[in-house]
Design a protein around this ligand. Structure first.
Ligand SMILES: Cc1cc2nc3c(=O)[nH]c(=O)nc-3n(C[C@H](O)[C@H](O)[C@H](O)COP(=O)(O)OP(=O)(O)OC[C@H]3O[C@@H](n4cnc5c(N)ncnc54)[C@H](O)[C@@H]3O)c2cc1C
Ligand code: SF4
Length: 327
């Protein structure tokens, strides 16, 4: 680990200002991703701003039935909150599908959104990686790419976003609230928060240097059954190969509408409007589910070792929609 300086921030504004004063500084929340990356020297911040005494650890009701989740709310507390379990079970299930109980006790809402990819080459500093060292190349293209993207990738990077929580939040149309070092507040729809790799895979979100996440807000829950299904190599303690967050409003054998977000497919939580349109007022039947899967997979391309994700996505989606529409 490289030497760094350290300070503890007392407010969101002070944290943002402290980070801006030390170019290359990082906030440390639960530390469950950042510290691992520092030990491997993938991340080498010159200065750490500890945000653990900042507050922002509450879940508040919003008018109309939504919720605001402070950035320091731990993943385990968020999953267990009765309001989340009742109104947003897809989020609770996604959180509980992630990591381990010990990690969820430390991991925070803001840190989970900003955790970095699990591409093996990103963590191996002896290998070229455009995300870690821009311009060095991508070892996963033509390398071992079993966990990599099948949609939204570029010729610079084929990594996927690893967060389960963010996939559920994408289906729920969450909004990310931030404050800048100048005190300017922004609200960023989660759809726009994470970026696709393009030619700058090292730039992963819409945040500017020093921007601090204060909260994530959820609009009132949409009607329908909420499910999260995650396919992975082990029953626990493993990242998604493919995951689906589904909110499905169906009655009397007809799907009225559905919201679908996917993990393990792309550089960001993935949502395809055409797939949801394919599920508007159609029979709750396998051919409808297959049409939705075809829309998700339009333009999908395997990289060799991950070709299996294409038929897997089709089967997982059919299973989730079948379960959601079973009366
Ligand atoms: C063995 C293992 C298995 C895991 N399995 C899963 C899994 O299956 N699914 C899953 O989703 N996750 C999984 N995780 C990842 C884990 O969920 C993340 O490490 C965790 O959510 C990150 O939160 P944190 O608070 O510890 O973030 P930190 O490590 O403290 O920070 C992560 C990043 O976020 C930044 N940051 C934190 N808070 C803010 C803020 N308020 N504003 C701006 N920037 C901020 C930090 O500067 C840093 O860059 C796993 C982790 C491990 C180690
Ligand atoms: S896929 Fe992205 S993160 Fe992985 S080696 Fe290529 S550039 Fe790096």
């Amino acid at each position: 680990m490289k030497a760094f300086t350290y300070e503890r921030a007392a407010s969101p504004e002070a944290a943002a200002q402290a980070a801006a004063q030390h170019p290359g500084a990082k906030f440390i929340a639960g530390g469950t991703n950042l510290l691992d990356l520092m030990k491997l020297q993938v991340e080498t911040p010159v200065h750490l701003v500890d945000i653990n005494r900042i507050g922002l650890d509450r879940i508040e009701d919003l008018p109309g039935g939504g919720l605001r989740i402070g950035t320091m709310v731990r993943n385990s507390d968020l999953a267990a909150d009765p309001r989340v379990r009742q109104r947003y079970p897809v989020l609770s299930r996604a959180l509980l599908a992630g990591a381990s109980a010990q990690l969820r006790n430390k991991a925070t809402t803001g840190g989970n959104l900003l955790q970095r990819t699990r591409c093996y080459y990103f963590y191996d500093t002896s290998k070229p990686c455009n995300k870690r060292t821009p311009g060095s190349g991508c070892s996963a293209i033509g390398g071992f790419n079993r966990i990599h993207a099948i949609v939204g990738a570029s010729d610079q990077c084929i990594a996927v976003h690893p967060s389960d929580m963010a996939v559920a939040m994408r289906a729920l149309d969450a909004q990310v609230e931030t404050v800048s070092p100048q005190g300017q507040r922004r609200v960023i729809p989660i759809a726009d928060f994470h970026r696709l790799p393009g030619s700058t895979p090292n730039v992963e979100t819409e945040l500017q240097p020093g921007d601090f996440i204060t909260a994530v807000s959820l609009p009132p829950p949409p009607p329908g059954v909420q499910l999260y299904r995650k396919v992975r190599d082990r029953a626990s303690y493993a990242f998604a190969l493919v995951s689906v967050a589904a909110i499905v409003d169906a009655q009397g054998g007809t799907v009225r509408n559905a919201r679908l977000a996917f993990g393990g497919l792309a550089h960001k939580p993935w949502r395809v409007p055409q797939a949801e349109q394919a599920l508007a007022n159609v029979p709750a039947a396998p051919q409808s589910y297959d049409a939705a899967a075809s829309a998700v997979l339009a333009g999908a391309r395997g990289q060799g070792h991950n070709d299996f994700k294409i038929p897997l996505l089709r089967r997982v989606l059919a299973g989730v929609l079948g379960e959601a529409t079973r009366t």
